[in-house]
Design a protein around this ligand. Structure first.
Ligand SMILES: Cc1cc2nc3c(=O)[nH]c(=O)nc-3n(C[C@H](O)[C@H](O)[C@H](O)COP(=O)(O)OP(=O)(O)OC[C@H]3O[C@@H](n4cnc5c(N)ncnc54)[C@H](O)[C@@H]3O)c2cc1C
Length: 379
């Protein structure tokens, strides 16, 4: 068994698999070590929304990164179909954000103004216009904001597709193998140690999401934010766009399925789904689309989002250990940010110049200028 690689990636979620694919494409010998199965944590729990506009009300480095990443999806879906034989189910039908009162309407107005100032399409719709677009919407909706460019993918499929495309390009994947320790000699990483073996590489990238923090110094760790979701099955398709209100979203998937998400519970890493969580999601779902009360409850699940103090991911070299990198803390947008993270990290690992705005704001030893928004967010 080969034990020496150019890079070892610790964690096979969407982020680790995207980086593995980009590095393998550039001709490197890559090993991905995954403690469970590919995509078994947050990357299979996600609803798959590509909310590069819906998630932002002001300009920021993260907004720019999200825009760049969203723009990669059309080509990526074709590329992954060719490389991995997997349809990532990229759907480009936009997002509709709903207002039920004046205060929510004003928030949509502000978001529309910001998006238009950024030259992004964003349309404020009256209640009638919104219902013309999606006839199943509740009569209580007073207005909506339509963001036509915010699409969606299947989170499970894109993670699997990145991993298979990486393997297709020569990467090696070890599942059911946890990395217990890093091998570090004289402040330089040499490889990783699992229960089964020791593997060697001059570059190691930690992509363990909300887990695996013991491999990094305490000040670069992430905070877990659990999210619960459920899936409904419809007899007939009811709507096309992703629809959201404060506290809940509905994502229409292939096969007449709808993902309803998501709760937000800081500090929890267990994946238990509570009755209160299900109640919250079903109540809000019916407030948006009353006919959903007739849908079949298909399944439910929970996952753990990796959050950082300022809401920005950690992308870059780990200070103090030569050859050690991390890409972690993508919080609510890891699926959206996965393509750009793969390119960006591969550039950093190859020592290529990267956008100084990103470097300054996503490096691990940055100054944290603002704290993440308060808990209780809806996604
Ligand atoms: C309910 C919910 C809804 C979401 N909806 C969206 C959405 O609509 N759009 C969006 O863009 N994002 C969404 N997200 C966020 C997104 O899922 C995450 O940001 C993303 O999946 C993080 O990917 P990751 O690869 O960093 O982490 P993970 O997917 O958690 O992967 C980390 C991997 O590392 C492995 N690992 C950990 N420790 C070790 C170790 N010591 N050795 C080896 N392997 C290890 C784990 O087993 C795991 O497979 C959602 C998240 C949740 C929970």
């Amino acid at each position: 068994m080969n034990k020496r690689f150019d890079q070892i990636i610790v964690g096979g979620g969407v982020i680790g698999c995207s980086i593995a694919y980009q590095l393998a494409k550039r001709g490197y010998q890559v090993l991905v070590v995954e403690a469970n199965q590919i995509g078994s944590e947050a990357s299979s729990a996600a609803a798959g929304m590509l909310g590069a506009q819906a998630e932002f009300t002001e300009d920021s480095p993260l907004f720019r990164l999200a825009q760049e990443s969203r723009a990669l999806f059309q080509n990526l879906s074709e590329e992954l179909q060719a490389e991995a034989g997997i349809d990532i189910q990229y759907i480009h039908k936009g997002m509709l954000k709903l207002a039920y009162d004046q205060q929510q309407y004003q928030q949509l107005e502000l978001m529309a103004m910001f998006q238009q100032a950024m030259a992004n399409p964003a349309y404020l719709l009256s209640a009638e216009e919104a219902r013309k677009k999606e006839p199943g919407l509740s009569k209580d909706v007073i207005a909506a904001l339509f963001l036509p460019d915010d699409g969606q993918v299947s989170a499970r499929h894109i993670t699997k597709a990145f991993s298979l495309a990486a393997i297709h390009r020569g990467a090696v994947l070890h599942e059911q193998e946890r990395v217990n320790n890093l091998l570090v000699e004289r402040k330089t990483v040499r490889g990783v140690q699992t229960a089964q073996a020791v593997y060697y590489a001059d570059q190691v990238i930690i992509t363990t999401g909300a887990f695996g923090d013991e491999l990094l110094a305490p000040h670069y760790t992430t905070r877990p934010v659990k999210g619960e979701c459920l899936a409904l099955e419809l007899e007939q398709p009811l709507f096309q766009s992703t629809i959201s209100m404060a506290g809940c979203y509905l994502v229409p998937k292939h096969g007449r399925k709808v993902i309803v998400g998501a709760t937000s519970i800081p500090g929890q890493t267990n994946k238990r789904v509570s009755a209160a969580g299900i109640h919250h999601l079903l109540t809000h779902a019916q407030q948006m689309m009353p006919q959903l009360s007739a849908a079949k409850l298909d399944c439910y699940w929970a996952g753990v989002r990796p959050a950082t103090d300022d809401g920005n991911p950690y992308l870059g070299q780990v200070p103090g250990v030569s050859g050690l990198y991390t890409a972690k803390g993508h919080y609510r947008n890891g699926i959206l940010l996965s393509p750009i993270t793969g390119h960006y990290m591969a550039d950093i690992i190859e020592n290529k110049p990267v956008d100084p705005l990103y470097e300054e704001n996503f490096k691990l030893d940055r100054q944290v200028s603002h704290k993440l928004e308060k808990a209780g967010e809806w996604r």
